[in-house]
Design a protein around this ligand. Sequence first.
Ligand SMILES: [Zn+2]
Length: 82
Amino acid sequence: MNNIIERKLAAGSLPDRPPAKYWAGFGVGQPCDGCDEPILDTQVEYEVAFDAFPTVRVHAVCAEISSGLVAHAGPAAAAGGA
Ligand SMILES: [Zn+2]
């Protein structure tokens, strides 16, 4: 799963910067923008908004993986909390 997300970050299909905002809720069966698996209604879904990038919909775990990768890649990502 890490590899898919890492590849998407590298390819630019996931934003490589910290989110502007996010909302947590339960999934509705839509595919995750991180791992491409459906986010089931028993799973927590994050809707993540970025500046100048479409909002992405990911599993909570995929959001953590991607923000971990972004924090590694970018400067001061962890300091940008709202
Ligand atoms: Zn996912």
